[in-house]
Design a protein around this ligand. Structure first.
Ligand SMILES: Nc1nc2c(ncn2[C@@H]2O[C@H](COP(=O)(O)OP(=O)(O)OP(=O)(O)O)[C@@H](O)[C@H]2O)c(=O)[nH]1
Ligand SMILES: [Mg+2]
Length: 479
């Protein structure tokens, strides 16, 4: 997410390295570079102008704090300003009210409306304990209804069997009646997309919105983050006609430059409420301006990472693994569980980027896909092992290796290589447990808590105090 911007910002900040204090002359170059970086990221020029003005004013007005160097001070100011133009705090859809909450999902063609509707339903059901109804109202493309129903079925979510031969506003009205009779809390209405903002589309959505007026609907516009300022213009015209209550930025997992995220709030006054970060139903995040600013500036986003981990990690698995390790055991099953936990968290690079300072390191390393491919290969190899073998890999000799290679579609050399690597890991795990028993891990400079950046879910030092949220795993960056 916003890799280019992060890199350019990092370059800009280098201007202040070794400077005694912030002065008009020494921030000039840094500000110029920040301005260029933002314009290249397709941020609206008015937003850029105001941003630069605000940063300059704050930087020059800043008192010299002893112990904090100008570079750090400047980064902090840029960070706060970035968060502030994006809206400062997270705003979710408002569920704290009487009656059914209709959520109208609007936007141009192919922006990710249907995908988001599905994701939001899952989020509200799982996290907010709401009874949610999904309603397709795309009367132009009947396949759109099937798409939403397929998604609903895959999540065990309820949907409304819309009569597409009538007007969307009538469908919305009957869905609301159905929701009332069946005690739904939230109704998510997935509307049709169009290639351009046209009069017909706007008129139809306006009619649907008006018919829901008495319920005070949420109207969320989904915009592809890759489209930059175009997304801002579209949001503007939607807002003028149908009065948006929020924007959702989709496809944030692709190489969006940042223009939309950084401009929409400022230009339209409409808050960004969610970001969509993948094609799977779980790939939805609340939009936290402060955290995103941190990610852009490569300060990491440990808070989101911990939240993701708490969702992704099965506590019982973590505890089992912990017990095994205390006994000095590390099995192939344990390893598989660790890989599963990692996978639930997202791609390796997306996880690493959330750790302070790792973004820069990643840029140097470049492509992580060979490592991800290797994890995939390890998985198929493990899947071809018997339960007994996974509990005690030492029983795997030549003939079993042959069988495993055949079953997993890999070569014997690859299977051998896996066991060699596993042996190494087992050794490392054993060593780590020894060190932990003997008073903790040596800290790594720059890592919060001085811990070792272990695999998520890597069992570690036993906690003396119970954790706030119950998790018992530790030792990694979650401790
Ligand atoms: N990578 C990625 N792909 C996404 C995301 N959201 C949606 N997509 C993909 O984008 C394509 C279009 O998504 P839809 O949800 O069907 O878009 P839509 O706005 O409902 O499209 P129409 O109903 O035709 O206007 C699909 O292939 C989705 O899988 C996202 O956050 N990340
Ligand atoms: Mg759709």
């Amino acid at each position: 997410m916003f890799d280019n911007l992060s890199e350019k910002f990092a370059d800009a900040f280098k201007n202040l390295q070794g400077k005694g204090k912030i002065s008009e002359s020494n921030i000039e170059d840094a500000l110029k570079q920040v301005r260029t970086a933002l314009l290249e990221a397709d941020v609206n020029f008015k937003v850029v102008k105001q941003f630069i003005g605000a940063v300059k004013e704050k930087a020059l007005g800043e008192k010299v704090i002893s112990g904090v160097n100008p570079e750090e001070q400047f980064i902090k100011i840029v960070n706060d300003e970035l968060a502030s133009i994006m809206g400062s705090a997270n705003e979710e859809v408002n569920l704290e009210r009487e009656g059914i909450v209709p959520i109208l999902v609007v936007g141009l063609n192919g922006q990710g409306k249907t995908t988001f509707s599905g994701k939001l339903s899952l989020h509200l059901k799982k996290k907010k304990n709401k009874k949610v109804l999904l309603v397709p109202v795309d009367t132009f493309r009947p396949a759109a209804k099937d798409q939403l129903i397929t998604l609903a079925k895959s999540m065990d979510m309820d949907w409304f069997d819309s009569d597409l031969s009538t007007h969307p506003k009538l469908i919305a009205e009957s869905a609301m009646n159905f929701a009332k009779e069946n005690k739904y809390d939230v109704v998510i209405i997935d509307t049709a997309g169009r290639l351009h903002v046209d009069v017909e589309l706007m008129g139809q959505i306006k009619e649907v919105r008006d018919s829901l007026a008495k319920f005070d609907p949420e109207v969320l516009m989904v915009a592809d983050a890759m489209t930059g300022q175009e997304a801002v213009n579209v949001a503007k015209s939607f807002h003028e006609t149908v009065n948006l209550t929020g924007v959702v930025l989709s496809k944030m997992d692709s190489d969006a430059r940042g223009g939309a995220a950084l401009s929409i709030r400022h230009v339209t006054g409409v808050p960004i409420k969610y970001i969509s970060t993948g094609e799977k139903m779980k790939d939805l995040e609340l939009f936290h301006p402060d955290r995103l600013a941190g990610r852009i500036l490569d300060m990491g986003d440990v808070v989101s990472l911990v939240e993701k981990a708490q969702d992704a990690i099965d506590e019982r698995d973590a505890e089992d693994m912990m017990k095994n390790l205390e006994k000095g055991k590390f099995t192939v099953d344990d390893f598989m569980k660790q890989m599963d936990m990692m996978k639930n968290l997202g791609s390796m690079s997306s996880i690493l980027k959330m750790i302070p300072g790792m973004g820069g390191m990643l840029r140097q390393v470049g492509d992580l896909s060979p490592a991800e491919d290797e994890m995939k290969r390890m998985r198929v190899i493990i899947n071809s092992m018997t339960k007994k073998e996974r509990q005690d890999y030492k029983i795997v000799k030549e003939s079993r290796m042959k069988r495993i290679a055949g079953g997993s579609g890999t070569t014997e050399a690859q299977v051998k290589d896996f066991f060699a690597k596993f042996r190494q890991m087992e050794k490392m795990m054993g060593g780590m447990m020894q060190m932990m028993k003997g008073g903790g891990m040596p800290g790594m400079p720059g890592m919060p808590g001085g811990g070792m950046p272990g695999l998520p879910g890597m069992p570690g030092q036993k906690q003396k105090k119970p954790r706030k949220k119950g998790g018992k795993w530790g030792g990694g960056f979650f401790s």
